[in-house]
Ligand binder design. Structure first.
Ligand code: ATP
Ligand code: MG
Length: 246
């Protein structure tokens, strides 16, 4: 089957009190696609990812990952998720964090150490592997969290603002790696507020008020909005969304 749908959301609705975080949202992501989720603060990006991963139950609609309706334990070993508020254990060293999560994923110790070498090289924390994560800066903790989410070589990865607070040089390395993973057939859904990151995605979805306002290749979104650059395009889309609201 060529490019089967790896992520499918149908008519997702999620409200928190009076707030609608997801408003009849449909989404489809193909295998090997690097899909960027953009949109203003509070647009619903994190809620969407958490719902897709089965961590939030929608009020209405359904989410399917790798063909399984979520929540499902069947996809756990193939799914990587890096939360926006990165989950790391402060009391443990970098390596101990990786060993702990490796055990959860059912990896052998030798495999964890092999992967640790590769991923700590990526996030440039090889020389800090024995340091306690609690002593790290925010950006460094985020880097540990990214390494954890990729440890078990997942086929499908959700990264919620993986580069927030990460310096530009390393950010570029991360995106080179994301592109390489996607080239290797890994499906990636990544939220971002940065235009240069959106430009590296195969597809970009622009969320606002819990709806997918538009979706397309970065070039397609430029054409749709008749904007000179993607920054202007996103601002135009947000303004259109605000007009529709009133
Ligand atoms: N646990 C919660 N309880 C109450 N309201 C929530 C909860 N989680 C999200 N919301 C609300 O749902 C809406 C969408 O929030 P969400 O965190 O999904 O946005 P986001 O697009 O990820 O924003 P950001 O770019 O700031 O990360 C917001 O109005 C937010 O206040
Ligand atoms: Mg968010």
């Amino acid at each position: 089957m060529a490019n089967p749908l790896v992520v499918r959301a149908e008519d997702l609705v999620k409200t928190f009190g009076k707030r609608t975080a997801l408003n009849h949202l449909d989404l489809a992501v193909k295998q090997g696609q690097l899909y960027g989720l953009a949109g203003p603060n509070g647009a619903g990006k994190t809620t969407l990812i958490r719902t897709l991963c089965g961590l939030i139950r929608p009020d209405h609609g359904a989410a399917y990952l790798l063909g399984w309706q979520m929540p499902s334990t069947r996809v756990r070993s193939q799914l990587g998720y890096m939360p926006q508020d990165f989950a790391v254990y402060d009391d443990l060293s970098v390596l101990q964090n990786l060993e702990f999560f490796g055990e959860l994923y059912g990896l052998r110790r030798a495999e964890v150490h092999r992967r640790a070498d590769e991923l700590l090289d990526l996030v440039q924390l090889s020389d800090r592997r024995r340091d306690r994560v609690g002593s790290f800066s925010g950006g460094m903790r985020r880097r540990v969290s990214l390494a954890i989410s990729l440890l078990h070589k997942p086929r499908l990865v959700f990264l919620d603002e993986p580069t927030a607070g990460v310096d530009p040089k390393l950010r570029r390395n991360f995106w080179d790696y994301f592109n390489a993973l996607a080239d290797g057939g890994v499906t990636m859904v990544v939220t971002t507020h940065l235009v240069e990151e959106a430009l590296r995605c195969h597809m970009v979805g622009f969320l606002m008020d819990g709806s997918l306002l538009t979706e397309g290749t970065p070039e397609g979104i430029l054409a749709q909005t008749d904007a000179a650059n993607l920054d202007d395009a996103f601002i135009r889309l947000q303004e259109r969304g605000e007009e529709d609201r009133t």
